[in-house]
Design a protein around this ligand. Structure first.
Ligand code: ARG
Length: 544
């Protein structure tokens, strides 16, 4: 749905040749939008602003959408959308599928790399953000008609598996008894063992070589560790209502065969060069080179990510590659994208984006951690949150807090504030939605029917209708900018507007015609809140 604001601005720009810089009106009596374009034109023309405004108003052809424009003060032009146009827009939201979300003109293949925890380690608060934000992107792109390919870039390969496998053998551990917290405890014991015993360290090193050589027994234990970890991750995804599952897993190890191929290709074509025993790529404007293969012959994080790009471009035919990973990895991704472009693995038309996010902080302003100073396991965080509210509400609180501030910013994890049903919180939105449901239930009980929004006379009704008309463009904007907080802000505005409508405009007690229209308006708000919350990955219970 194209917004009224856009339509008006485009028209005025076409007439005047300059951007009208349309602003929302400061008071309801000024209409809906205001522009100072006449004041600016008057300056260059050396004419009185009100005269210019009058002339301009005569040239505007907005009668289909707006009431006759009014000139105010020194030459501001005030615009008011016609009530019947607003009513129609609200009705359209009510009747359209998905509350009137537009389908993309050119559907794309969007690959979203998110969550990506590491095997034999529980997900910690750091993975919370990637998981919640990535899931929101996934829902939004799907709703807009794009093809989404989620990639859980599991950390399932590396030197640590040498010590893990060796420790299992040393302890004679039956792996089938392990769960994910157990595997993490094993990790800690193995690490300790490694520090204490040079002999064990040597065995762990040899075990890495065996793993790389594909030794059957070693691979069996390694696979068992992955299975245990995935079971744990999947349980957390389910608990959190995250769309990820086994089908989305593309672990680092799945690229192993590609790594020597990539190294050889880059070396042969002179893109990579040897530097102090390592194979590296220099990128313009970057002091440190990207390491393709280290001096011990090992391939690392960057080479694996290059292989992932190739698969995503060549096999998945991605138009857009999105990585939901914390801002500390900004340099890695900037370098990775540069190398991939230099190598010709990334055609110009494929867009890459690192949707980096800030940290979760404790109330003390430091990294959110346990009393011992270690990262908080996600499941413990969820357990603790559920002491403050029902699971669905606790989850809404956490997800909304995560999505509603600008991604790059750190935010303070303050569960008491987050679960409050007042203020800019997830539970407040759930509550507003439940209130619309209660109104609709009462209407059904009283046998009151409704079909369309026909009356938008009260300012509260106008504000609601105008907001409803902006839902589609808001969601499209999030898809474009990767800024979920814009959808959160919009839904919060809508919920607040509904609350003042609810307080000031009687619904079921009104005259039949107004009653039906207000019910339809309420139903449209319910639809947008439910759809919008769903796009954030937040449930919308009908009662609270
Ligand atoms: N496993 C990594 C971590 O926990 C995140 C991986 C992000 N994705 C990627 N393609 N590099 O830090």
């Amino acid at each position: 749905m194209s917004s009224f604001e856009q339509l008006i601005a485009t028209h005025i720009q076409a007439v005047t040749g300059i951007d009208p810089e349309l602003r929302p009106a400061t008071k309801p009596e000024f209409g809906h939008y205001q522009t100072n374009v006449a004041l600016r034109l008057a300056k260059t023309a050396g004419k009185p602003p009100r005269e210019v405004a009058t002339e301009l108003v005569g040239q505007l052809d907005l009668a289909d959408t707006c009431e006759p424009p009014e000139i105010a003060g020194p030459g501001f032009i005030n615009l008011r959308i016609k009530a019947d146009v607003l009513a129609q827009a609200a009705t359209q939201v009510l009747q359209a599928e998905q509350a009137g979300l537009p389908k993309a003109d050119q559907p794309q293949v969007v690959v979203i790399d998110y969550s990506s925890p590491n095997v034999a380690k529980q997900m910690h608060v750091g993975h919370l953000r990637s998981t919640v934000i990535g899931d929101c992107f996934r829902r939004i792109f799907l709703a807009l008609g794009h093809t989404v390919i989620a990639q859980n870039h599991l950390g399932d390969w590396g030197r640590q598996f040498g010590m893990l496998v060796e420790q299992i053998r040393y302890e004679g551990l039956n792996i089938s008894t392990l769960d994910l917290p157990g595997a993490e405890a094993l990790y800690l014991r193995a690490n300790q063992h490694l520090k204490e015993s040079a002999e064990f360290a040597e065995q762990a090193r040899e075990r890495v070589v065996l793993l790389q050589a594909g030794d059957a027994e070693t691979k069996r234990i390694w696979q068992a560790l992955i299975d245990v970890s995935l079971t744990g991750f999947n349980a957390t995804y389910q608990r959190m209502g995250i769309l990820l599952g086994n089908a989305d897993v593309a672990g680092e190890s799945s690229y192993n065969d590609d790594l020597p191929v990539i190294a050889a290709d880059l070396e042969q074509r002179g893109i990579a060069q040897m530097d102090a025993g390592a194979l590296v790529v220099f990128v313009d404007g970057d002091a440190t080179p990207a390491i393709i293969r280290n001096s011990q012959g090992g391939y690392g994080y960057t080479c694996t990510d290059l292989a992932a790009i190739r698969r995503r471009v060549n096999e998945m035919h991605a138009d857009r590659l999105i990585y939901v990973v914390g801002t500390p990895q900004a340099h890695h991704f900037a370098q990775l994208f540069a190398v991939a472009r230099q190598a010709g693995y990334l055609p110009d038309e494929v867009v890459t984006e690192h949707a980096g996010f800030g940290q979760v902080l404790g109330k003390d302003g430091k990294r959110f951690a346990t009393r011992e100073g270690t990262a908080v396991p996600l499941n413990e965080l969820l357990d603790a949150a559920e002491e403050h509210a029902a699971p669905a509400v606790a989850l809404a609180a956490i997800k909304y807090a995560d999505l509603s501030s600008q991604l790059q910013k750190d935010y303070v994890y303050d569960i008491e504030r987050m679960v409050a049903t007042t203020g800019d919180t997830g539970p407040y939105l759930q509550y507003a939605h439940a209130r619309t449901c209660a109104v609709m239930r009462n209407a059904v009980e009283q046998g009151v029917e409704y079909a369309a929004v026909t009356q938008v006379a009260a300012p509260e009704e106008q504000t609601l209708a105008l907001l409803l008309s902006r839902f589609g463009e808001t969601v499209s904007l999030v898809a474009e900018t990767l800024q979920p907080h814009r959808l959160c802000g919009y839904l919060f505005e809508l919920a607040s507007a509904f609350s003042s409508f609810y307080e000031n405009c009687p619904i079921l007690k009104s005259e039949p015609e107004i009653r039906a229209s207000r019910l339809a308006l309420t139903a449209a708000v319910r639809q947008v809140l439910a759809t919008g919350l769903d796009l954030l990955g937040i449930t919308a219970p009908e009662r609270m």
